[in-house]
Design a binder for this molecule. Sequence first.
Ligand SMILES: [Zn+2]
Length: 300
Amino acid sequence: MSGPDLPRVPAGGMLNGMSVDVEDWFQVGAFERVIERSAWDTLERRVEANCDHVLALFDEAGVKATFFTLGWVAERHPAMMRRIAAQGHEIASHGWDHQRVFQMGEAAFSEDIARARAVLEDSSGCTVTGYRAPSFSIDARTPWAHEVLARQGYAYSSSVAPIVHDHYGWREAPRFAFRPVAGSPLVEVPVTTMEWAGRRMAAGGGGFFRLLPYGVSHWAVDRVNRRDGRPAAFYFHPWEVDPGQPRRHDAPLRSRFRHYTNLSVMAGKLKRLLAAFEWGRMDEVVAAEVARLDAEQVAA
Ligand SMILES: [Zn+2]
């Protein structure tokens, strides 16, 4: 593989969280204005083939990860859910059909995640204890969201981006694991951010990883591990490794740029990242962070 030699974390280094937000190419925020949910069932589904590609990348790298999956997808691809689980990965929830939490309200959110969890557990045979909000949409507008997750018995959420972004963000949220509900063991593990030149940006995957040179993400993960002494929480999507997906020319230029740029180099970049650091399931990272939070509580 090309590119400069970057420092490799020694064996026994910090365990970072690797995750996949399992949704199909037409279910992304970038296309929500040009593709109605009612049209989803008429479109070519590519998520299962793409997940198999992702599973092969993980297998080759010896990495176990967390698959935050839409209930809508799990309902249509139960065999895929069983394959993911059989290979030792964690099955977690990405909600039912990618509605943002701040657009749902408390009652609809509660229904959405309960419906998704039932299908995820039935299809995979696994217990679901983790949740990731579509488009990191738990923020200052949704003070009830973590309480709903706690009530439904989730162990953790990874749904907050402690930044300002044009689509999302909760600037005041902590950068690393915290307990968002008093008296509840629920842990929130925000997506990884980096601070540079007085700005903070989401640096845990998505467009940041795919659009910018590999070295920038490598630097960000390394910096979080070494300087902050904390694990990174990284994510990507199955459609990002699929350069053959249908092209939508009716979406806004900015959305098309974000969605289609660098799809063909994504798998190669992922291989480098998987080889460069220690990666594990989000529930493993959460267990380590819980031990840290408990130790801090005892010390305080
Ligand atoms: Zn998503």
